[in-house]
Design a protein around this ligand. Structure first.
Ligand SMILES: [Zn+2]
Length: 162
């Protein structure tokens, strides 16, 4: 690592700590030549390939912004959204890839959003999966029901649950 002040090609690590979100390591370095200190941040990169081919770094803020619209009027807090974005990032990173299609980010958002709020989930899915009409909503709602959501609340068990 070059010293940013005198361009000396070497530096010594004097302190090393993980960032709050746990995804990066921040190192305090000292230049043996000029003695000045500087900080570097190392993180496992995760990039998103957008539909138009542009690659940009993964951003939790963008996940939150995208999901927030679907949560309007719902009992979902900023903390809920932050946690959801964190779960999406963890799920993507757990897959071990360093680059993901924007489309697949949408897919990764669906499961945690579904646990968070079913109405917001339906809204988000309807936009993201381009629901064409009532049939698509019916299918999505049926899928919510068949996963035991109704029976958890005392509803009738479905025929195919045997
Ligand atoms: Zn230096």
């Amino acid at each position: 690592m070059h010293c940013p002040f005198c361009r000396h090609p070497d530096s010594r690590v004097v302190d090393s700590r993980t960032t709050d979100d746990g995804n990066a390591v921040r190192r305090r370095r000292q230049c043996p030549e000029c003695g000045r200190r500087f900080t570097t941040t190392e993180s496992a990169s995760l990039n998103v390939v957008k539909r138009n081919g542009i690659v940009e770094p993964f951003s939790r803020e963008k996940i939150v912004a995208g999901v927030r619209k679907a949560c309007q009027g719902r009992p979902v807090t900023d903390a809920d959204l932050g946690l959801l974005a964190q779960r999406v990032e963890e799920a993507v990173r757990a897959s071990g890839i360093s680059q993901i299609e924007a489309n697949d980010i949408g897919l990764a958002i669906l499961p945690p959003l579904r646990e968070l709020d079913e109405v917001a989930y339906l809204r988000f899915a309807s936009v993201y999966q381009s629901f064409a009409g009532l049939e698509d909503f019916e299918r999505a709602i049926e899928s919510l029901r068949s996963d035991g959501v109704t029976s958890r609340h005392g509803g009738e068990p479905l025929d195919d649950e045997e």
